[in-house]
Write a protein that binds this ligand. Structure first.
Ligand SMILES: [Fe+2]
Ligand SMILES: [Fe+2]
Length: 200
């Protein structure tokens, strides 16, 4: 990692992983690095966005942070208006803290605007606005396919591993879930590993 990215990482550390998702930021950043090996996106946008995307959770109450672990609307046919408000709040708060951190490092202003734009709707935007945005959001989604993300999801949803595996497999086939084919490929590889680990 470049030294300026390392600096951003260190400044963001006190705000990271504020739900029961220890390792989320680190895992998302490693998937971003992996995706960037194939996808020609700009690391100077993707890496800071990946580091900073969820720091806004640190500004929400514990009740708010944990209230969104319910079945997803797609699985129940219902929408949760409270859920969307909380998601928007973590994005808005994230933008505020990210702006402060990036200005401390004197980051390039044009890049800062793009990074903040990505963070501002990383969980709620429908469709992708750029390659940089698509790659960063792919890295975030890939978390669920990693060992720690998979275990966190099964636990939060009170879901047997096999059901979680099937749910994730279905997601990879959903149009518009992943931005890149590379992410789809990595997700399939990760699922193979989970299948083996948990003997599913
Ligand atoms: Fe998020
Ligand atoms: Fe995230």
């Amino acid at each position: 990692m470049k030294s300026i990215h390392r600096k951003i990482w260190n400044l963001a550390l006190p705000y990271q992983d504020k739900r029961d998702d220890k390792g989320h930021a680190k895992t998302v950043v490693s998937f971003a690095i992996k995706l960037l090996k194939t996808e020609k996106a700009d690391p100077d946008v993707v890496i800071p966005a990946a580091i900073l995307h969820d720091i806004g959770w640190s500004r929400l109450s514990k009740k708010e942070r944990f209230s969104i672990f319910k079945p997803e609307p797609a699985e129940t046919g219902k929408t949760f208006s409270g859920d969307i408000e909380i998601r928007k709040k973590h994005q808005d708060e994230g933008v505020k803290i990210a702006r402060r951190i990036l200005s401390k490092t004197k980051y390039n202003k044009t890049l800062v605007s793009e990074i903040l734009e990505i963070i501002s709707e990383h969980d709620t935007r429908i469709g992708f606005i750029s390659k940089n945005e698509g790659v960063m959001r792919d890295a975030d989604k890939l978390w669920r396919f990693s060992r720690t993300g998979f275990l966190a999801d099964s636990r939060r949803r009170n879901m047997p591993h096999l059901e979680n595996l099937r749910r994730l497999k279905q997601k990879t086939r959903m149009h518009g879930f992943f931005y890149s084919k590379t992410a789809k490929k990595i997700a399939a590889e990760e699922l193979k590993k989970r299948k083996k680990e948990f003997k599913l």
